[in-house]
Ligand binder design. Structure first.
Ligand SMILES: Cc1cc2nc3c(=O)[nH]c(=O)nc-3n(C[C@H](O)[C@H](O)[C@H](O)COP(=O)(O)O)c2cc1C
Ligand code: SF4
Length: 505
């Protein structure tokens, strides 16, 4: 009997390791032979620890499982959910990037290949660098780290730059609130990121890659480092990638623990051992990046999506989506929801469908008030905007942001003035200090919101002016996008900014 218990840190946080210990003890007591696989999570966090048992006729899911459930689990009397693929939350997904996550043993290269792994790299090896870049361009893939910049254009810039060395840097800093897709894929399917980086290296002519991985993710660091060793000893990485005669190798580097180190130029400084402060652009990292050399900086999900694009073909990927947002979006549903987790679907589903149809509304049972999409710099979307389809331009037109596709849901008890204050405070704390609109503006922003909270209505236009200055004058998106949550809170929830003022009048 094979038993799958996720080794993912979200599952561990709710007791997966205790469940493993209980299963081993109970199996030993009964004298039965079992094999435990520590897979990644399937992404249905409310069901974790989600245990799957394969008694020879497919995998049956149970969860959340506690150590006390284990005797019934082994007896076959514990009520289960049937096959994972039949659970509604899972059945409605289009899993491409996350196709293997939760299915395979993350550190088994054989398992990886049995599920389509390395097919993309093998195909890429038969192509020229320009052909690889053209394939990524044709897929319509855009950066999943925040800005949605076309990956093909970035790769082409690096490929065409003249230099003795080029680099692939994976941004695994994942600092956005409510996001966990990068961590999930690194813990659940690390070879997909390695394969994506190798394809990127072959495409642009880079022989070395780095994963800048936040220090708050010790499990992801451990799994990735181990996977890199396995890939190297199997010849997937090294001087002769899969016998191609072309070289690519990589290292895992631990992040320094600041939100701004997720910004690509700040990240490069940190990777070079310098203080994580933003660099002015130009020069673009694609031309002068790591150690001054042409560098592809891409998010984990962008790179981990590359293998499936090469496996299935760019057009199959580009076939999915809406407008200029092609392929799938890996939504991370969090906050006050009944069913939170990772939901991968083609771009185009409406925000309301995700919140009400997929996530099942709020956990509190109260009405939804707002959803912050795109991390701490994303706008608060009110229910009146729930028809907005998930797409970069579609959200932009509504004053919103897809970003890294994190959704944090709030019910009607949320005080939007406090949320606006939090956004300014966050910016003040995380600012790298290089430019004035952000360094000083965020501090003044907190003070101005405090004045509004005290009933000073004259401070509202000051806040609006300040937000305009930060938006237009900041060097990077930390200062430049903080006005999104602040102004969306003020615009869509004016009552939260006026109660005390009206009371005072
Ligand atoms: C303050 C700030 C924080 C950021 N944090 C991250 C992050 O944690 N992960 C990430 O991939 N991109 C982050 N970005 C975006 C990166 O600067 C960059 O656009 C991205 O890594 C490029 O990869 P992509 O094209 O694959 O999205 C951040 C940007 C800003 C301004
Ligand atoms: S906007 Fe803020 S974080 Fe970005 S460069 Fe300016 S001070 Fe630094």
């Amino acid at each position: 009997m094979r038993i799958y218990v996720p080794g993912d840190s979200a599952a561990k946080a709710v007791g997966a390791d205790d469940v493993v210990r209980a299963i081993l003890a109970e199996a030993a007591r009964r004298g039965i032979e079992i094999e435990i696989v520590r897979n990644g999570t399937r992404g249905m966090i409310w069901l974790e620890p989600l245990v799957e048992i394969d008694r020879g006729a497919g995998r049956e899911a149970f969860g959340p499982v506690t150590p006390a459930d284990v005797p019934a689990l082994l007896d076959g009397t514990l009520p289960g959910h049937g096959r994972v693929e039949d659970i509604a939350f899972f059945a409605r997904q289009t899993r491409l990037t996350f196709a293997r996550c939760g299915v395979i043993d993350p550190l088994s290269l054989a398992d990886y290949q049995a599920h389509g792994g390395l097919a993309g790299l093998r195909r890429a090896i038969g192509m020229t660098g320009a052909g690889i870049v053209a394939e990524v361009t044709a897929s319509g893939l855009r950066g999943r780290g925040g800005a949605g910049f076309p990956t093909g254009i970035k790769w082409k810039t690096v490929a065409e730059a003249k230099a003795d060395r080029k680099y692939i840097v994976c941004n695994a800093d994942e600092g956005d609130s409510g996001t966990f897709a990068d961590r999930m894929i690194m813990e659940g399917d690390p070879f997909s990121l390695i394969e994506g980086m190798a394809i990127a290296g072959l495409g642009v002519g880079a022989t070395k890659g780095y994963v800048y991985l936040r220090s708050e993710y010790p499990d992801a660091i451990r799994v990735m480092a181990h996977a890199v060793e396995i890939a190297r000893s199997a010849g997937v990485l090294g001087a002769d990638v899969l016998g191609s005669g072309r070289a690519f190798d990589m290292e895992i580097r631990k992040g320094a623990g600041a939100y701004v180190c997720g910004e690509e130029t700040s990240l490069l400084n940190s990777l070079e051992g310098k203080r994580g402060i933003v660099r002015a652009k130009p020069p673009l990292p694609a031309l002068e990046g790591f150690l001054g050399k042409p560098t592809v900086v891409n998010n984990v999900i962008s790179l981990a999506t590359v293998p499936v694009i090469f496996e299935r073909g760019a057009l199959a990927y580009a076939d999915l989506g809406v407008g200029r947002s092609r392929g799938t979006v890996t939504l991370q549903i969090a906050g006050n929801v009944r069913q939170g987790g990772l939901f991968e679907t083609a771009f185009g589903m409406s925000l309301g469908e995700v919140v009400n149809g997929i996530a099942g509304g709020t956990a509190s049972g109260r009405p939804v008030k707002a959803v912050q999409v795109g991390g701490p710099l994303g706008a608060y979307m009110p229910v009146s905007k729930f028809d907005t389809p998930l797409g970069y331009e579609e959200f932009d037109r509504q004053g919103g942001l897809i970003g890294h596709a994190g959704l944090v849901v709030f019910d009607d008890t949320a005080d939007m003035l406090r949320m606006a204050r939090f956004a300014m405070e966050f910016c003040a704390i995380e600012s790298c200090g290089k430019c004035t609109p952000c360094r000083i503006g965020a501090v003044r922003g907190v003070e101005t919101i405090d004045r509004i909270a005290q009933g000073d209505g004259a401070a509202i236009p000051v806040l609006t002016d300040l937000c305009e200055t930060m938006r237009d004058g900041s060097l990077c998106a930390l200062g430049g996008f903080t006005p999104f949550p602040v102004m969306s809170a003020l615009t869509h929830f004016p009552d939260d900014f006026s109660t005390l003022r009206e009371a005072a009048e």
